[in-house]
Design a protein around this ligand. Structure first.
Ligand code: 3PG
Length: 306
């Protein structure tokens, strides 16, 4: 079988070497397409591949149409909103993710972003401390739980909301459960977002929720830019000069936000939450192993298009 790793934002060389070793060790052929500039390069590269490893790379119906031999796509990471699942299913292609493998990297970044904003983006202006502040975690999955544990170690009060968890499960994960989004936003000095981009969550965080946050609060988004209603965010920041927004997924209106609100907003130039040596290794090798296991035994444990 031919396994292609296609990553516009490449993994570390060590992770790529590890992926190659696993793939070739299992008797498969390995190929790599890194830092490609255009979807047409991906479309050309998938023509003869049986398996595909990607990150945030877009696997559209067009890519799937071009990949006549494709049997499996593994998104080395958590979110799979970049894969057209319906088209994959129609093409009989199994899609998997590698849940948990890059969570710690993202959680560390979320915590770092809170401190960065509390300390006025590391400028000499008087900032504040996170100790004693309230953190609301929106979705208490792999990343959310790790953010909560790290925040508790910093002396923060941690609250969480997750529609798929019972209050006692949130308590077992070390956070205090809240009953709805209004309570989460109105009672948190920081809200850290960890929801996926789904039709039901896209643009779900906007003016109404953001303006519920208490004085001086900061919204932290290491999830997806699509979940924010950017016009609502802009309006909220305009009306409430005490609020702040920090994100690893740059909004389309970032230039405007930065011009208008200066150090109250910050976005990383390129999504970097999962960009650590450890996360590259964990997610990359897990993807390679899942593909080899799928070909050897038919294991579909992490399939997301069932
Ligand atoms: C994920 O969903 O796993 C993260 O957003 C990481 O995405 P990346 O692999 O493109 O950095």
């Amino acid at each position: 079988m031919k396994v292609l790793i296609a990553t516009q934002k490449p993994f570390s060389a060590a992770a790529v070497a590890g992926i190659k070793e696993i793939v070739t060790g299992a008797g498969h052929e390995f190929a790599a397409l890194e830092k490609y500039a255009d979807a047409s390069e991906l479309i050309a590269a998938v023509a003869d591949v049986d398996a595909l490893i990607i990150r945030s790379d877009k696997v559209t119906a067009e890519v799937l149409d071009a990949a006549k031999n494709l049997k499996i796509v593994v998104r080395a990471g958590a979110g799979f909103d970049n894969v057209d699942l319906a088209a994959a299913t129609a093409h009989n292609v199994v899609v998997m993710n590698t849940p948990g493998q890059n969570s710690n990297a993202v959680a560390e970044l979320a915590v770092a972003m809170m401190i960065f904003m509390a300390r006025t983006q590391f400028t000499p202006a008087t900032g504040s401390e996170v100790q004693g502040k309230r953190l609301g975690i929106q979705a208490f999955g792999n990343v959310g739980r790790l953010v909560g544990a790290k925040a508790k170690a910093l002396g923060m009060e941690v609250y969480a909301l997750d529609p798929f968890l019972k209050p006692e499960q949130i308590e077992a994960g070390g956070a205090k459960p809240v009953s709805d989004l209004n309570e989460l936003y109105s009672g948190s000095d920081f809200v850290s977002i960890h929801i996926p981009a789904l039709p039901s969550t896209i643009k779900s965080i906007g003016y109404d929720l953001i303006t519920r946050m208490p004085k001086g609060a900061c919204l932290v988004n290491t999830a997806r830019k699509e979940v924010i209603d950017e016009e609502g965010l802009e309006k909220a920041l305009e009306e409430r000069p005490d609020l702040k927004y920090v994100t690893d997924v740059m909004p389309d209106n970032y230039e405007t936000l930065r011009e208008k609100f200066g150090l109250r907003v910050f976005a990383t130039p390129k999504k970097m939450g999962a960009q650590t040596a450890e996360a590259n290794m964990n997610a990359g090798l897990a993807a390679a192993r899942q593909i080899c296991d799928f070909f050897a035994t038919g294991n579909t444990r992490f399939q997301v298009n069932k």
